[in-house]
Write a protein that binds this ligand. Structure first.
Ligand code: ADP
Ligand code: ASP
Ligand code: MG
Length: 405
């Protein structure tokens, strides 16, 4: 007998027939003699709709009330799935975040899970009851509902698996595993049997939304065996695991893209000590995260151009903060550009092999794609290019690194 956490995303619970399909999959695990907890998302499109309602009422809304609204989607699906399981003769009970409770910090809209009190769940699960738990939500120190950031049900599932010391955490979704790149954009993308925690963490944080970044961090920390698989077809998925478990290591294991970034260039900034601190300090104070940065050497020793990226959602705020400080920062012009995409090549093999970055640059050059900003780390290279090249760049790089199926 094993203890298993199964998680189903929005498309997998997108209508009543799909919820019944999920119930059959859960029943199959129960029939194998396993103890099962299920985490579900809201039906597809519901959370987007709820977020949109909040924006329509107040563009800069209270984060506590945002959480009150957007957490409701999951309440519907836990109730419906519990009913569907009961219809199949399976004992099941729904659980909202506060009922478990799943305790988080107080960062409304992007809360972190701190502890999950599993006592009551475990008692019921060992008595044969399936626990159907709402993803994406928890209870904050202010005794109010919190949400975990978009895509957060993955994190709910992995955190629950860690707290329950589950044997497996199976993430069921609308693709049958983790691919070398987004299979919806590159038809030749190849499914990976296994991927390391580290590579999955980079893929997720660089834009592959198949798993929320925090869920991978949590899986890595607690060594949860996570499997990504399809809720529609019965084929083996992808196992996220330690590097030692992977025999054939690829040089490059995946390519990710993110359309969530925007670029800001400050033209003719005074080139003197303290300028970077004077620019990035106020941005940090305004809660704007800066990602890629390039600063050119000044020709005259007095002025330089500084380019960096921020989240697209933060572009207006960043522009406002910097415009207010134009006089003291002494730059000539601020040029915002949200027509960009960040493309990243990821692989643990890069640690020991040279030439990965060079191949990326030459491949993009052959397609006449101009690189605007570059950043690297031990296992990834990222470039910023104009957004219209997303598909072309992804396909060309995918072939160049020999990843095509
Ligand atoms: P769910 O609603 O089940 O959580 P998501 O939409 O959040 O599903 O994540 C699944 C989607 O992630 C897929 O439909 C796919 O388009 C996208 N995706 C992006 N990159 C990858 C990748 N490397 N491998 C698999 N899927 C990816
Ligand atoms: N329903 C939430 C969202 O759409 C959480 C999730 O799907 O993981 O972001
Ligand atoms: Mg998701």
């Amino acid at each position: 007998m094993a203890r298993i956490v199964m998680k189903f995303g929005g498309t997998s619970v997108g209508d009543c027939d799909r919820i019944k399909n999920v119930a059959r999959r859960v029943k199959a695990e129960v029939d194998r003699g396993n103890e099962v907890a299920v985490v579900v998302s809201a039906m597809s499109g519901v959370t987007n709709q709820l977020v949109d309602y909040c924006k329509q009422i107040a563009p800069l809304h209270d984060a506590r009330e945002y959480d009150t609204v957007v957490s409701t989607g999951e309440q519907v699906t836990i109730g419906l799935l519990s009913m569907a399981l009961q219809e199949l003769g399976v004992q099941a009970r729904s659980w909202m975040g506060w009922q478990v409770p799943i305790l988080t910090d107080g960062a409304h809209g992007k809360a972190r899970i701190e502890t999950i009190e599993t006592g009551e769940l475990e008692r019921r699960m060992s008595g044969g009851q399936v626990a159907v738990v709402a993803g994406f939500q928890g209870l904050g120190p202010d005794n109010r509902v919190t949400t975990l950031g978009r895509g957060g049900s993955d994190t709910s599932a992995v955190a629950l698996a860690a707290a329950l010391k589950a044997d497996r955490c199976d993430i069921y979704t609308d693709v049958d595993g983790v691919y070398t790149t987004d299979p919806r954009i590159v038809a030749k993308a190849r499914k990976l049997d296994k991927i390391t925690y580290e590579e999955m963490l980079e893929l997720a944080s660089l834009g592959a939304k198949v798993l929320q970044t925090r869920s991978v961090e949590m899986a890595m920390k607690h060594r949860v065996r996570v499997q990504v698989l399809s809720s529609f077809v019965d084929v083996p998925g992808t196992l996220v695991c330690d590097e030692e478990e992977i025999v054939e290591k690829e040089l490059v294991s995946g390519i990710a893209y993110s359309r969530d970034e925007a670029k800001i260039t400050l033209v003719r900034v005074a080139d003197r000590p303290g300028v970077a601190a004077a620019i990035f300090g106020p941005l940090a104070d305004a809660n704007v995260n800066v990602d890629m940065i390039v600063q050119n050497v000044s020709e005259d020793g007095k002025h330089t151009d500084l380019t960096f990226t921020v989240g697209k959602a933060d572009l207006d705020r960043a522009t406002k903060v910097l415009s207010e400080k134009q006089a003291s920062l002494g730059y000539e012009r601020l040029v915002p550009d949200s027509n960009v995409v960040k493309i990243s090549v990821i692989g643990v093999g890069m640690r020991s092999h040279a030439g990965v970055a060079q191949k990326m640059f030459s491949t993009l050059a052959e397609k006449a794609i101009n690189i605007q900003v570059i950043t690297t780390s031990e296992i990834k290279v990222s470039v910023l290019v104009a957004e219209e090249y997303t598909e072309l760049a992804l396909r060309a790089l995918h072939s160049a690194y020999g990843l095509d199926a």
